[in-house]
Write a protein that binds this ligand. Structure first.
Ligand code: PLP
Length: 421
């Protein structure tokens, strides 16, 4: 396991076919025909490097971490902490102690809402989220505002699906206690100017949490440059295992945060009866219970894998494919793309059809071997504002190519024949 991984080759472009071979789920033995997976915004397939790193943990070095004194337990602990350092370098954090392993992005956000914000939030204070948040970066703030009788307010969107920062002059006002914002929208694909927002917020002393669930797979993250106080993402959306995520918190912010869960592993000394207990040092304080060591190792392997592909190249490939898909979808009669400032700037394109329900499009596409998503995408406040209840969404990754777009377009045209003729 190495901390700094070089790109596998120097060429400017990705070879999708070669990358696809890294993913056993696409091999002939498991799929009867070409499987056009376009649901990466929901979750990603796993490359052999990740699968093998996890199975190696169970087969070769599996023991309780942070406790056992025998060599295999020490090795398992070292592998877990090595994974933390790999991820520290992956996001440009100053110290491994700024990284807390969680079950998911959702859990990471809940930890901050309950453990950091709630004790500081007073009646009448304001918390801002954007209109485009996923429920996981919306409900924790809604709940905490309801509990503390604070206000939850939206940064609304412009006509073309961007944050309307000019229309939100009160964002940095005195009563603002916190801002939670997604880096990339899981519906619109909009990339938000998080570094600008966080830098200004810091000048006003307002902490910001960035939800990087949709950006981590194709945008190089640097928390120092971004100037965020907290950052959250899940491994499963970046080729890593399901069931593990990460909370980054600036050291001083984590020091102010109360643990969401208490129990084994997160405590130094436990008082009798009502006597106070003393929490362990950070980050163990926030990792109650038996940590998911194989998950952490797989998470780090996914980070190494992405780094080996090169973020720039991955991003360029995904954006150019998504733009092509958007251009071709637009040419289909009745299709409407969700607002974009021009063409998509990430790997996501969402669309509706004036005569077909998104679920019908997704079902016909699925039968044709094209996996897209339909529904509200856990973004009901956004869809309500757009006057919609559902959209269809195609989301691309590094091994997709034009044949996946051909299959998507053919599938939508077939659906049109079924539902519109
Ligand atoms: N934030 C965004 C923008 C997402 O798209 C998602 C999942 O789709 C989440 C948060 C929640 O991620 P998880 O379910 O892995 O906790």
């Amino acid at each position: 396991m190495s901390l700094a991984v070089q790109p596998i080759d120097d060429s400017e472009t990705i070879n999708p076919e070669a990358v696809r071979r890294d993913f056993p789920i696409f091999s002939g033995s498991t799929q009867p025909r070409r499987f056009h997976y376009l649901d990466h915004a929901a979750t990603t397939p796993k490359p052999s490097a990740v699968i093998n790193s996890i199975s190696d943990c169970y087969a070769q070095c599996y023991a309780p971490i942070h406790r056992g004194l025998y060599p295999m337990a020490e090795q398992a602990t070292s592998n877990y902490e090595h994974a933390r350092r790999t991820l520290q370098h992956f996001i440009g954090a100053a110290s491994p102690d700024e990284l807390v392993f969680t079950r998911s992005a959702t859990e990471a956000i809940n930890m901050v809402a309950s453990g950091w914000l709630k004790p500081r939030l007073e009646r009448g204070d304001v918390v801002w989220v954007s209109r485009m948040e996923h429920h996981s970066n919306y409900l924790p703030w809604q709940l905490v505002c309801q509990e503390q009788q604070a206000q939850l307010r939206f940064i609304e969107l412009t006509e073309d699906g961007q944050l309307d920062l000019d229309g939100t002059p009160e964002l940095f006002a005195e009563r603002t206690k916190f801002i939670a914002i997604t880096h990339v929208s899981n519906v619109l694909g909009t990339e938000n100017p998080v570094a600008t927002l966080c830098t200004t917020a810091r000048e006003y002393g307002i902490p910001v949490l960035v939800d990087a669930a949709q950006s981590v797979s194709h945008i190089e993250l640097d928390v120092a440059e971004m100037c965020c106080d907290f950052l959250a993402f899940s491994a499963h959306k970046m080729f890593g295992p399901t069931g593990i995520g990460l909370l980054y918190g600036r050291q001083e912010r984590l020091a102010e945060m109360a643990p969401l869960q208490v129990g084994g592993g997160m405590v130094d000394s436990v008082g009798d009866g009502m006597e106070e207990s003393r929490w362990a040092a950070i980050p163990a304080r926030f990792e109650a219970g038996s940590p998911d060591m194989p998950g952490a190792v797989g998470f780090a392997a996914a980070a190494d894998y992405l780094s080996s592909l090169g973020h720039e190249r991955v991003h360029r490939h995904i954006v150019s494919l998504t733009r092509l898909a958007a251009q071709r979808l637009m040419r289909i009669d009745g299709i409407r793309l969700l607002p974009h400032a021009g063409l998509p700037a990430s790997g996501i394109v969402s669309f509706t059809h004036h005569n077909m329900h998104p679920h019908d499009m997704a079902q016909i596409a699925g039968e044709a071997g094209v996996a897209i998503r339909a529904g509200h995408h856990c973004a009901q406040p956004l869809l309500r504002r757009l006057g919609l209840t559902a959209t269809a969404r195609a989301s691309f990754s590094v091994y997709n190519d034009e044949s996946d777009i051909d299959a998507l377009i053919d599938a939508i045209i077939s659906a049109q024949r079924v539902f519109c003729e």
